[in-house]
Design a protein around this ligand. Sequence first.
Ligand code: SF4
Length: 331
Amino acid sequence: MKKVIGFTTTIPVEVLFAGEYEPCDLNNVFITDVDSLRYISRAEQDGFPKNMCNWVKGIYGVVMEKHIETVITVMEGDCSNTRALAEILSYKGVTIIPFSYPYDRDKSILKREIEKLMKALSVDEKQVFAIDRKMLHVRAMLEKIDIMTWKEKMVTGYENHLWLIRSSDMLGDFVNYGTMCENFIKGLMKRDAIKGIPIGYIGVPPMVSDLYEFIESLNAHVVYNETQRQFSLPFLSRGIVERYLAYTYPYGIFVRLKDIQQEVKRRNIRGLIHYVQAFCYRSIEDVILRKLTGVPVLTIEGDLPKPLDGRTKMRIEAFIEVLKHNKEKDL
Ligand code: SF4
């Protein structure tokens, strides 16, 4: 049986596959569990405060409940809470492998970080290169799923979210994930195009459980999932270091903004829903996003893995109505 290595956000997963480990994105385990609240309760029982981001508590709960022995913690480029999380995990006996994305996007520093990870997992360059080439095939299929969302309009926003978000660990087996993608794409050929006003989703992945379902019920089509798409690393022609440099999520708001502006145009997006997580420092970035994306932005906040509350539903409904009205005016 392969050894499971958990991680707190997207890392160069090629290194883990090259070392024949089973990568495990702890966020995905937490949020896809039918009883994800139990991980939060576990963290709170162990002393985590109530007024803290529930993604962090969820990750901690998963490591404890699933007895994960080794975790790669992204110390820079993801979450301001990770350092404290790494410390408490280490105190609980978990082996921590730190990884950092350089804020200034310095290629030599990122290369050094990837090499450090390779050394920690006893993997050489040749092994990583071989896996990287094989994984490109899966990444290309994920890009196809994304294109089939906004261009052919055959994939729903939720399906797009699911396929791209799971690409951070490819469910622990990239070969099998590739086969799953292939079968999904084949099945799409029988579908009709989805009608509905094109909107985008930006921000950290949602914790609320029925967001896509609700948006789709209002005859809107989510054609862009910013962060989830970034997790799939759709930069196929580059080598591993360049690919993780092109990845926008760890490098600050202005790098992200450029990608958002480009995709808003390319996908003809009429408005954006910006999801912020309660107690997350990234909420401050909303100030910039609201001003510079070039389309109307609705900011919503989530806290627990639960369905949307009535007030947020009403705000989304009103926002989509305005976008539909704007569209009619433009015709
Ligand atoms: S939502 Fe914000 S605070 Fe929570 S884990 Fe993500 S980056 Fe950290």
